[in-house]
Design a protein around this ligand. Structure first.
Ligand SMILES: *[C@@H]1O[C@H](CO)[C@@H](O)[C@H](O)[C@H]1NC(C)=O
Ligand SMILES: *[C@@H]1O[C@H](CO)[C@@H](O)[C@H](O)[C@H]1NC(C)=O
Ligand SMILES: *[C@@H]1O[C@H](CO)[C@@H](O)[C@H](O)[C@H]1NC(C)=O
Ligand SMILES: *[C@@H]1O[C@H](CO)[C@@H](O)[C@H](O)[C@H]1NC(C)=O
Ligand SMILES: *[C@@H]1O[C@H](CO)[C@@H](O)[C@H](O)[C@H]1NC(C)=O
Ligand SMILES: *[C@@H]1O[C@H](CO)[C@@H](O)[C@H](O)[C@H]1NC(C)=O
Length: 443
């Protein structure tokens, strides 16, 4: 799994929406040919697919006063729209207001559109979150997320700057008091075993646990998302994708503040492996570590083919943190000799400012991390920076133009020859996805 902490995310994957699909929508599904003009009932967003059928949450008796429970309304609305989704897909519009609700499930060929000024407020009543089965990667049973979906195809959560507020405070407090022994708290959004998933233009705040958790999904686009959780909240990762393995992940135009965590972390859970991660144009302010890879003997799996470029890092304890001595998996399935493989990890065009320690790179004794490459890295130090800037153990790699002077395990292997760490030039398929502009009136 790859984690991003308390974050202001800009793009996880891709953009551009030159295709215009415009129609006037009625909640009975008919649509007029008239080109719509913006008004109170006008909805607009960019999405993988536009929908023919539309309904507004208030059609199902919802009350947006922030106090009345709308759990039944959300569930009934989606049940109703599921039956109509076969005819060109369906969407549920959440209008301006504060809509208190417990957990509900999404459906296929469906869009949840959260309008500007609309807030979906998560219920703090545990009985409103069904219990779900354990995932193979975790030992805990779990509450369903506030917004959950599994075995879906073509599902969109597209805001128009709408908000999902997890009201996590009571969950964090109970967790800190040992209240959830072997139960995972709810995520805000979890989509499992699904494909063609989009989450865009929404604000997520105060999640009980992680904010966005795509599990075993294919073709996921997360863009224009702003996530904020208080620094003293408990384990509230921003985006935490899990795959079998994670492959072809692109993180770009991403910025993040995470004083107690990493800007971007890979591991320690891997669900098999992490392979082919591109990261570019990333800005991190005040992180404990900027980029972290962590694993341990017994966890198995791999992290391979990671490319990072154009990072701007301001105030960080570590810029590069790699460790093979993270805690082992605390469960029965732990195979003590399962060696994780960490190889081909590339960092280039990176600047750091006000940094305490540039790098701590520690592989495993009989199992070094290999192919670690750093080029064009320039780090300036904080007034109380440590004397030793590179801590290296059990790694194999090389470097070029790195300041401060890197450790001897990262020698310049090509003196006198032009050299930079690699970054792939070919695009991955999801970069070619073009979002459509979906706009229309809802009566
Ligand atoms: C639910 O869907 C049916 C059509 O399948 C429709 O006739 C009915 O009005 C819908 N209910 C609401 C509250 O919109
Ligand atoms: C959502 O789906 C899961 C199974 O996929 C189920 O266990 C859960 O009860 C459903 N939630 C609701 C609110 O129906
Ligand atoms: C969902 O998909 C998973 C994995 O493909 C499968 O094991 C599970 O039975 C499916 N669940 C449902 C409700 O179809
Ligand atoms: C080095 O990285 C900086 C960004 O940190 C970039 O502006 C510059 O062009 C890079 N230099 C080379 C030679 O690639
Ligand atoms: C530099 O980092 C220290 C923490 O190491 C922090 O207290 C200080 O505010 C930072 N200075 C600037 C100018 O950001
Ligand atoms: C000094 O450095 C440590 C890390 O080595 C850091 O945690 C601390 O915030 C720094 N303090 C100041 C005042 O810069």
């Amino acid at each position: 799994m790859i984690r991003t902490s308390f974050c202001i995310l800009v793009v996880l994957v891709i953009f551009d929406f030159p295709v215009i699909e415009s129609q006037s929508l009625k909640s009975d599904g008919t649509h007029s040919a008239r080109f719509p003009t913006p008004s109170r009932d006008f909805v607009e967003h960019a999405a993988l697919n536009c929908r023919r059928q539309s309904a507004i949450l208030t059609d199902f008796g919802a009350i947006g006063d922030g106090k009345t429970s709308n759990t039944k309304a959300f569930r009934e609305a989606i049940r109703n729209l599921t039956s109509r989704a076969g005819d060109g897909g369906s969407q549920l519009i959440v209008p301006k207001g504060k809509w208190l609700t417990g957990s509900f499930n999404l459906t296929s060929h469906f869009t949840l559109h959260i309008k500007e000024g609309a807030t979906i407020l998560a219920s703090q009543d545990e009985s409103e979150y069904p219990m779900l089965q354990v995932l193979p990667s975790y030992r805990d049973t779990r509450f369903a997320s506030l917004i959950y979906g599994s075995n879906l195809t073509d599902v969109v959560i597209a805001g128009d700057k709408g908000t999902i507020n997890g009201q996590g405070k009571s969950w964090w407090a109970k967790y800190r008091n040992g209240g959830f022994k072997s139960i995972q708290r709810p995520m805000l959004i979890e989509i499992q075993s699904s494909e063609n998933v989009q989450i865009s233009n929404i604000n997520l705040i105060d999640s009980p646990m992680w904010s966005i958790h795509p599990v075993y999904c294919r073709n996921v686009i997360i863009k224009g998302v702003k996530i904020s959780n208080p620094i003293d909240s408990a384990n509230t990762d921003g985006i935490n994708p899990v795959g079998r393995p994670i492959e072809m992940l692109l993180i770009r135009r991403f910025s993040c503040i995470a004083p107690n965590g990493a800007g971007i972390a890979m591991g320690s859970e891997m669900s098999g492996g992490i392979k082919g991660v591109r990261m570019e144009d990333v800005t991190l302010h005040n992180t404990q570590s900027a980029i972290k890879i962590e694993t341990a003997m017994g966890r198995g799996g791999y992290v391979q083919n990671v490319w990072a470029r154009r990072f701007t890092i301001k105030t960080s304890k570590y810029v590069f943190l790699m460790t093979g001595s993270h805690k082992p998996i605390p469960r029965d399935g732990n195979i003590p000799k399962a060696k994780p493989v960490v190889t081909n990890i590339n960092f280039r065009d990176i600047t750091g400012e006000n940094v305490s320690t540039s790098a701590k790179l520690e592989g495993m004794k009989s199992n070094p991390f290999t192919g670690v490459c750093m080029s064009n890295v320039s780090i300036s130090l904080s007034p109380n920076a440590s004397k030793q800037q590179f801590h290296c153990m059990d790694i194999v790699g090389e470097s070029r133009s790195v300041k401060p002077q890197p450790c001897s395990l990262l020698p310049d292997k090509h003196p006198g020859v032009r050299f930079e760490c690699t970054f792939p030039t070919e695009k991955i398929p999801i970069e070619n996805v073009v979002l459509k502009r979906c706009a229309g009136h809802v009566f």
